[in-house]
Every structure is written in C-alpha cells, then in structure tokens.
Design a protein around this ligand. Structure first.
Ligand code: GLU
Length: 266
C-alpha cells in the first residue's frame, strides 16, 4: 500500500476538535491526563509554526460530575418536584463544567509556555454579520499573537433555534470562519469505516474520500453516548462543510500516540 501524505502536513492553520469521549473518564468528569496530553500535542504543533485552534467539548460532562448527577439532563428528566424546568437543561451543568474545562486547559498550556483564550459561540453569533466578523477578527488576532483559542458552544444561552448543536459542526463552522486549511476531528473510534465496525465485522477502513460524497453519510450511521453528541455522521457532514471553504478534514483515532504531531509531520 502506498503511504498517504497527511493533508495536515502542509496546513498552516489547523482547527482541532476533541469530543467528550476522549476528554473524560467514560463521561465521569474531566480526565486531566487527556487534557495534559492534548496541551502537549497542540503546543508541539504550534512550535512547528502552525496556527492551532481547539474546539473542545467536555464541559457538560464535567458539570454533571460537579453536581453529582449521573447523566446529562434533558427537558424530560426530573431532578425532584421543586426543581424548576429551566434548571433541567444542559445549560446548568455546562456553566459549572466550563469553569473546570477552561482551568484545565489554561493550566496545562501555561506549563508549556502557551497562552490560551476562551471563546463561547452560538449559532446566532455566526448568523449575524457583525458578530460573525467580530468573532473572526478576534480569532485571527489571537492567532497572530500566538495564543491558542479554545472554543465551545455557549450551551447555557442557546435554544434549539439558535444552537449549532454539536461540536463536530462547530469545528467546521470555525474552520469556515477563519479559513483554516485543515480540520482534525479526534475521536474515540478508529476512523471512518464503510459500516460501524463495532457491529459489522466486514467494515473496511476508509483511508481517503471526497468530502460531500453522499455514500459517506450512508456509511457513517448513528449517534453517540448519553454524554456525547455527534457520532460519525456529524463528522462526515462537518467534513463537507469544511470543504466549502477549501479545508480538508481528517477523522482520526485520538488515542493514537502523538497523533497531531505525526499528522503535522505528514
Ligand atoms: N458543547 C458541549 C459540551 O461542552 C458538547 C457538544 C458536543 O459534544 O458536540 O459538553
């Protein structure tokens, strides 16, 4: 088999998306070692002269842990008789967990001499021209200052109408926003297969494909766990969106050692 050169090898500006499954201990709060490892990887890639932006989930799972709850709330779940319905959305644990997420990244990047900045976005921010341009200009300024922006959805203020909804999509929207060259989606799966390899032993690894090919959406199938959103389908659709501004997407197993450094090296 001929070796495939990673599209990240030549990418100057890279958006890296990491999901809850890789950042938490099976959904139970943040995994500090995973965060430290990610900070190490991104710092190393930045030191190669690349601009890196991190889109990170994990705040809702961390907030759920901080509150002592056992799962992510939905409008349908009851805490107790007196809890107002407004407390039962993901916005409540999100607001607690985002503190922990920001603190963990800030600490780990600072150990490596890298400054971080937090940006919380909603779909409405990106649908409004002035806010879109402000977000874009803030991000580009941060990158020019050598800061690593850490982005998440502002789940506390969103409603169904204005939310991006999942961070694979948010990663692709940010890729478009700053015209990044590559979107790297780190996942706890071994990449894209022709079918779900957990259910189908005949599934074959897809090493390269054209973003937007409808066949990919058929391969990608269903959703994730009670803590994560997304699944392979949102990743494939994110790749299609990223391609609209000319970016290539890599969907890659996030527990592979030195995965980002190896992608950057080609
Ligand atoms: N914004 C959510 C969080 O921080 C995650 C959304 C997603 O997993 O795609 O937990």
């Amino acid at each position: 088999m001929t070796a495939i050169k990673s599209v990240v090898a030549d990418a100057k500006r890279i958006v890296i998306k990491v999901g809850t499954a890789l950042l938490t201990d099976n959904g139970r709060g943040l995994d500090e070692k995973a965060i430290a490892n990610l900070a190490e990887e991104l710092s190393a890639v930045q030191k190669l002269g690349r601009e890196v932006v991190l889109v990170s989930s994990g705040s809702i799972a961390e907030g759920v842990r901080r509150l002592g709850w056992d799962r992510r709330p939905t409008e349908l779940c009851h805490l107790n008789e007196v809890t107002p319905k407004s407390m039962l959305t993901a916005g409540t644990p999100k607001s607690l967990g985002q503190m922990g997420l920001a603190q963990a990244y800030e600490t780990e990047f600072a150990k490596r001499g890298v400054k971080t900045a937090q940006i919380l976005l909603t779909g409405a921010d990106l649908a409004d021209r002035t806010r879109y341009l402000n977000a874009r200009s803030a991000l580009l300024t941060l990158l020019s200052l050598g800061v690593v922006p850490v982005i998440n959805e502002n789940d506390t203020v969103v409603t169904d109408e204005i939310k991006v909804g999942d961070n694979d999509t948010l990663g692709s929207v940010v890729t478009n926003l700053i015209e990044a060259d590559a979107l790297v989606i780190l996942t706890d799966q071994k990449g894209l297969f022709t079918a779900d390899p957990r259910k189908n032993p005949d599934a074959v690894f897809v090493d390269r494909a054209r973003a937007g090919d409808p066949a990919l959406e058929k391969m990608a199938g269903g959703a994730a766990s009670s803590f994560s959103k997304g699944g392979m389908i949102t990743k494939v659709i994110a790749a299609k969106r990223a391609a609209q501004s000319g970016a290539s997407t890599v969907i890659v197993y996030g527990r592979e050692p030195r995965v980002l450094q190896r992608l950057a090296a080609g």
